[in-house]
Ligand binder design. Sequence first.
Ligand code: SAH
Ligand code: SF4
Length: 339
Amino acid sequence: MENLIEKAKQNHSLTKVELVEILTDDTINDQLFKAADEVRAKYVGDEVHLRALIEFSNICKRNCFYCGLRSENKNVERYRLSPEQIVETAGMAAQRGYKTVVLQGGEDSYFSAEKLAEIIKQIKQFDTAITLSTGEMTFEEYKILKSAGADRFLLRIETTDEKLYKKLHPAASFENRKRCLYDLKKLGFETGTGCLVGLPEQTVESLADDILFFKELNADMIGIGPFIPHKDTPLGNASAGSFTLALKVMALTRLLLPYINIPATTAMETLVKNGRNIALQSGANVVMPNVTAMEFRKKYEIYPDKISVDYSEMEKSLTQIGRIIGQDRGDSKNRREKC
Ligand code: SAH
Ligand code: SF4
């Protein structure tokens, strides 16, 4: 097993059988996390890139079984920020030192591609990179967003187990989600995807497939988070995903895609105290502090008890683990380097 990890460190390749072997053996975890940390240091360095997250709307037309914002959840007080509020929040983030703003929301029809394009053009004045996380759209719509100046896009595949995908997204199509990701790549977005770990009925084999899918897509960013049950969803009584297993999926992703950006996800920090720093020492190199105004933050409850962190707290906490805040935009190195 130790040889397998050593091999992956050198060749950045593992078969599905090998991935499953590592995922199911908990005696090698420390070695895996150490290897991922070394690959992170060698290929993307000690800088941690901060992305300012703006949760601009909790209105969503979709009905994902795991998510507190699903349209059938009537216990959510819905909000949407105005375009002016979004631009103002982005401006404050840029002033605070953030080099990237991330606009994330439910799939809210009010924010058409044209409307988002106007917002993007205004945010461009602050000279930050712009990442969008606004769900599934057509090629034409993504093109409008790219032309307006958006640089990156996050759209998790969630799970590559098609059967499970269908169960959790009854009116949606797995094929369309994949199509979106390939369209985003084609249009030149830095493309981010990822998965949830610990969904009911999810197998270790399918997690191995998820990792291989990230490699096949040649993603530029990968976000991996443990599933956290939300009481007002059909999965309200399910158990939470395992932090350690999520960390292992993340570490393996770093071994196979050494140049990409990987966030220490909020779900990891929410599930385990100090989870963020543990993730940053197991392959992650990005953090996405929430800069949404407090009154809205509470209402963006994808899952319960979501943790927040701010810029100065981050600075302190990074120093403790010998890391520094990235001073540039932290663009994906995956595009320049080939391995
Ligand atoms: N609507 C957009 C972006 C917002 S949701 C989209 O779906 O792409 C952002 C991410 O939150 C999702 O991709 C999903 O992986 C994660 N998420 C949703 N519910 C969750 C839960 N209960 N536990 C952990 N992560 C969750
Ligand atoms: Fe909507 Fe995204 Fe939540 Fe699905 S995961 S219900 S698309 S906000």
